[in-house]
Design a protein around this ligand. Sequence first.
Ligand code: NAP
Length: 292
Amino acid sequence: MTAKILDGKAQAAELRGVLAQRVAARAAAGKPAPGLATVLVGDDPASQVYVRGKHKACREVGITPIGYELPAGTPQAELLALITELNGRADVHGILVQLPLPAHLDAAAVQSAVALEKDVDCLHPANLGLLAQRDRQPRFTPCTPTGVMRLVKLAGLALPGANAVVLGRSNIVGMPLALLLTKADATVTIAHSHTRDLPELCRRADLLVAAVGRPELVRGDWVKPGAVVIDVGVNEVPDKAAHRGRRLVGDVAFDEAAAVAAAITPVPGGVGPMTIAMLLENTLHAAELAEA
Ligand code: NAP
């Protein structure tokens, strides 16, 4: 079997086109451009690249990016004061605090300080809690997990009753994704670093999602023939032949898994672009909620 490649880049571009039309329609109706405030603390090069990418994507669809760059040593009180200021600004509809934060800062406290109606990353415990409750919905669904759900839909997998295995239980990917899949009536198993016999567990998955941050952990013989495989992992590995001596790989050994799976996401070009598209969608939704 040769898997269908789930092209997140193309899917995200299509979505951005739709979002740009919706933003343009708002402008034509005299409504303000949605605004996304990004807060970057410190000078981590990867985080700088991610934030730049988010700003570019915002501009492409007509969302105004409002960037804050704070020094690595910024005290907690100063960061919280900025969040409070952004919570009160009418031109800011979404607030994104780029993670990871420097170790001296309390990320949980910062996430809890973001106003619920501007929590476009869905990291506030109240929004995450709503995701966990039956018959209730948060204002926003988290960006990476929602992007994964769209790619599963693209794969054509019927989720009710399907066995879904999610590798990873982080607040930002694994846990909220498991909740979304449960809401979609899949039977979900969450695996983590204490899970016994991971290969055997994975072989039972109709949907296998890897979000662990371990390069090519998932091998081809862990994949059930015909399964859908979504690779969230982004890992840099040395490669002398590659430009800059490094290349990106996912958490799945792509060639091996693609020979067995029905559908699979590439890295890069799979989940990553979808995450950004979902952030844009949530920001537009926040602007709409602010006017409702
Ligand atoms: P994280 O917070 O480090 O969580 C990793 C999870 O994987 C933890 O639950 C950990 O278990 C589990 N784990 C680690 N090693 C394992 C192993 N050998 N076997 C089974 N489980 C293992 O990471 P994250 O923030 O969720 O990110 C995961 C990956 O996704 C990273 O590569 C990250 O760069 C990538 N990512 C991509 C996007 C995107 O848009 N493409 C967005 C976010 C993250 P414990 O809980 O027991 O420690």
